[in-house]
Design a binder for this molecule. Structure first.
Ligand code: F6R
Length: 579
């Protein structure tokens, strides 16, 4: 969702802020802008993408600037609604991530006192509220107006005649970086890596003044000490490195991601929180939910522990059962629905664990315990390597809870990923690219994979796709089957194989083009399928990992054939920080 970036230091700030905004592009946005503090305050903003619009900053010499990438919530994407927003006199500029829920009443109040509004956004009220305190300095003004704001925010503010940047956080992510004779701030750590690996995660309610050599932070009127953490991600990890898209790069990184996550987990003693569990409730969204559903099948099958996977946004309407361990699964650690679900679990006195990829993310502060998935920075909006890292964690949990039944297959799991990466999917892509709608089907643990295959396909190709439990297709969706609705069927050599074969025969009889992922040597599958994609490996770990990679590549290659904007699909954001 929206991204914010600020720089104050010894260098010309505008180009650095533009580079910072480019690093945040992956979060998804429709417009952007920046404010540069010089002898006056210069603001420039535009609908569209940074690479196309080229902000005219060559003559801007100021050493303090803030910038924003906007993902519209209040007011359409437009030049006027883009951030920064200013007060009536144009002497204060604000960038904001989050939603001010009481903005309508504040706006009425401010209009009544003679303020002039230019945009339809909720954010603009903040600039006008600060204007009313212009007798004091910017820091005092920001601290004075924050109690008036209801909702969530990460704010950066600058003002004419005031040195530095004022930052505030409540419910939206904001990270500060301590660089060489500079202070930086951003919505996430990947944008700071060009400047520093020393970061401070602000807490809700914190207000900070950013000035070199480092920020000063206040909380509840008092000075607050926040730990400086060292980020172990390298700047190279957020570069494309010769790949056409981040998604492809991240798909290819999965072999090493799987091994790294597995090695790190087995290198430590089993965390106490995973011992003697009587039940698990997993809460997650999107791809992380699909991984959680797969965990449900695995852990129930191998350990006999009751597990349920819940869509995090629905969890608010449910009561967590008994004394389940509630596990939030979230790559970003910032997904609002997952954070709310974890908070609800805590309110009901459940022990909570978060499985996340981002050190210091909000979820790590909400949950009692944290397990890191170690996928490295994931830039493409479509989650791939974080899914595989989540699976690595779930295989590990199933293994330790079952007394080591999966250990050998886990240790060789990366091989199946490597083999799947070598498959030529062109015949399958030829079928998918012209489809009006695609069904993905599987049974058992391969049903969540069918959901994930469909999710990947729809989000980056814009072709309607549905994941289904294969046995469920004949209970309604059969009505939709035709030569225009290809079916991608996951048919590994598993307990479900005979039933899968019956299901795909039934579908084939309705004229669908059939892509089967299964045993490449099977004459039976060869006879039924229009395209048979060989699935590497024979055990459950290899079959799950191999299928995952093949489904990701199928979506990627289809999107490529259609010329889609793969890393930043329309209307989507990487990290969904509103409920
Ligand atoms: C799909 C995708 C989303 C995320 C979802 C949860 O490719 O990326 O569905 O999986 O928004 O995000 P996290 O895992 O960060 O909570």
């Amino acid at each position: 969702m929206c991204g914010i970036f600020g720089y104050t230091g010894e260098k010309k700030a505008a180009p650095l802020v533009i580079d910072g905004l480019k690093r945040l592009e992956y979060r998804g946005y429709d417009s952007f802008g920046l404010a540069v503090l010089d002898s006056d305050l210069w603001v420039w903003k535009k609908k569209g993408k940074i690479s196309r619009e080229k902000p005219p900053v060559s003559r801007r010499k100021g050493r303090t600037a803030i910038g924003h990438t906007r993902w519209a919530t209040h007011g359409e994407p437009s030049d006027t609604n883009a951030h920064p927003h200013t007060d009536c006199r144009g002497s204060v500029a604000i960038v904001h991530n989050g939603i001010i829920e009481n903005y309508a009443s504040l706006r009425q109040e401010l209009l009544g006192r003679g303020h002039t509004f230019r945009s339809e956004t909720d954010t603009e009220v903040i600039a006008h509220l600060i204007e009313e305190h212009s007798g004091g300095d910017l820091l005092t003004a920001v601290r004075a107006i924050l109690p008036r704001l209801e909702g969530s925010y990460a704010i950066l503010a600058v003002a004419e005649g005031y040195e530095g940047i004022v930052a505030a956080r409540q419910g939206s992510p904001l990270v500060l970086g301590i660089a060489d004779r500079a202070c930086v701030a951003a919505s996430d750590v990947t944008a700071l890596l060009d400047h520093t690996d020393r970061v401070i995660y602000l807490e809700d309610g914190d207000v900070a003044l950013l000035l070199p050599p480092g920020p000063t932070i206040w909380h509840g009127g008092k000075r607050a000490d926040r730990p400086v953490r060292k980020v172990d991600w390298e700047v190279e990890e957020v570069r494309l490195g010769g790949f056409a898209h981040y998604m492809l790069k991240e798909i290819y990184e999965q072999q090493s991601v799987f091994s790294t996550t597995v090695r790190a987990l087995y290198a430590e003693p089993v965390p106490d929180v995973l011992k003697d569990i009587s039940g698990i409730t997993l809460v997650a969204c999107g791809t992380s939910y699909n991984a959680s559903l797969l965990c449900q099948y695995l852990v129930e099958e191998y350990c006999g522990i009751p597990v349920r996977a819940e869509i995090a946004s629905e969890f608010r309407y449910r009561t967590p059962p008994g004394d389940d361990l509630v596990v939030g699964v979230t790559q970003s650690g910032e997904t609002a629905d997952t954070l709310s679900a974890l908070k609800k679990a805590r309110m009901h006195n459940h022990a909570t664990l978060v499985i996340t990829n981002v050190l210091g993310s909000t979820a790590t502060r909400v949950a009692d315990h944290t397990l890191y998935m170690r996928a490295g920075p994931e830039i493409s909006v479509a989650a791939t390597k974080s899914f595989v890292a989540e699976l690595a964690v779930f295989f590990y949990i199933a293994d330790v809870a079952s007394g080591g039944r999966l250990r050998q297959s886990i240790l060789s799991g990366h091989e199946a990923i490597g083999e799947a990466l070598l498959e030529d999917l062109s015949p399958a892509v030829d079928i998918c690219k012209d489809a009006g709608s695609i069904f993905f089907v599987g049974r058992g643990p391969f049903f969540p994979l069918a959901l994930e295959g469909a999710l990947k396909m729809k989000e980056i190709t814009y072709i309607h796709a549905e994941g289904y439990a294969a046995g469920e297709i004949k209970h309604g969706p059969f009505a939709l089957l035709s030569p225009m609705t290809p079916v991608v069927a996951l048919c590994p050599q598993a307990e479900s194989y005979p039933a899968m074969v019956s299901n795909i025969r039934e579908m084939k009889a309705r004229g669908v083009p059939l892509i089967v992922i299964g045993d490449g040597k099977s004459q039976e599958l060869r006879d039924i399928a229009d395209v048979l994609v060989p699935l590497p490996g024979e055990d459950i770990v290899s079959a799950v990992l191999g299928s995952t990679v093949l489904l990701q590549l199928l979506a990627y290659r289809t999107a490529e054939a259609l010329g889609r904007e793969i890393d930043q699909p329309r209307n989507l954001a990487k990290s969904v920080t509103v409920e």
